[in-house]
Design a protein around this ligand. Structure first.
Ligand code: PAF
Length: 285
């Protein structure tokens, strides 16, 4: 499909009309929710979605409810026309770019909150963030009613929260996690990488190396406490200004790692600030 012809719908009614037409033709539907400012990581989600269903709908909505008062909602990069071109090139069939009135109409009063998995790590560092994510994802899935929804493992805590949310609320969708897309030096692709200065960019790439080193140390027998302290210190030594966390957590519910063995059971999670940019990454052990 040519980029210029990627259909864009902005209301729930239009979205459902299209999805209903696909279903009437016997086709299955996959969804990739995003906040736009798309990069190769998002496109890998769309390409994975393509392999899971006959049709792919992507959404772009910069969700105010998941940004804290001092976070980057206003300056979050927005480029709908560029995003639409990229989506079409990756095989997307439809872009749902709702107006805020479709998500939070006047009188909107409901919040979805997932306990447990949403509490440590980014839940502690960004109060309210995961309520905003859970609420908007519940809405987007109910609006589009896809068979499959694809989310990136870069936001691994978000992915596990969405698995919990859809299970607990009986939302009939299969949640698929997609591997983290990385630059050549290992930096996890993120829309926020656009904030990095030329001097900060090589430092940012070190986060992945510190995580890989930590995973190797854990497998070699170092304790969780030692690996966490060493990782945190390494990030600071490389030039990260504030480390929000560097923690080993169980894969399923993000609870503390507990005793070994660790391989296949835990992941290591990092979040740190570099200038005006907050970077997160994680690695399987
Ligand atoms: O990962 C994102 O881009 C967002 O958190 C999501 C899942 C689209 C919800 O706004």
């Amino acid at each position: 499909m040519s980029a210029d012809h990627l259909p864009i719908v902005r209301t729930v009614a239009e979205l459902r009309t299209q999805v209903r037409a696909w279903r009437a033709a016997g086709q299955t539907v996959a969804m990739t929710p995003t906040m736009g400012a798309l990069h190769e990581g998002h496109l890998s989600l769309v390409r994975l979605a393509r392999t899971k269903a006959d049709r792919v709908v992507a959404s772009i909505f910069v969700n105010p409810a998941q940004f804290g008062p001092n976070e980057d909602f206003e300056r979050y990069p927005r480029d709908e026309a560029g995003d639409a071109r990229l989506l079409a090139s990756a095989g997307c069939d439809l872009l749902y770019a709702p107006d805020v009135s479709q998500i939070y109409p006047p009188g909107y009063a409901t919040k979805v909150s997932v306990s447990g998995v949403s509490e440590p790590l980014d839940g502690a560092a960004r109060p309210g963030h995961f309520d905003g994510v859970a609420t908007v994802v519940a809405k987007l899935l109910n609006q589009a009613q896809p068979d499959v929804a694809v989310f990136g493992e870069k936001d691994f805590q978000q992915l596990q929260l969405i698995r919990t949310l859809t299970r607990d609320l009986d939302i009939p969708v299969e949640i698929v996690g997609a591997p983290i897309a990385r630059d050549a030096d290992g930096l996890a692709l993120s829309s926020r990488n656009a904030y990095l200065s030329a001097a900060e960019r090589p430092v940012a790439g070190m986060m992945n190396k510190v995580l890989a080193d930590a995973a190797a140390r854990l497998v070699a027998g170092d304790s969780v406490e030692k690996v966490e302290a060493t990782g945190r210190a390494a990030l600071e030594r490389h030039g990260f200004q504030r480390v929000d966390y560097f923690e080993v957590r169980q894969v399923e519910d993000l609870s503390p790692a507990g005793p070994p063995p660790y391989q296949g059971r835990v992941r290591i999670f990092a979040a740190a600030h570099l200038g005006k940019t907050r970077l997160i990454d994680n690695m399987a052990v």
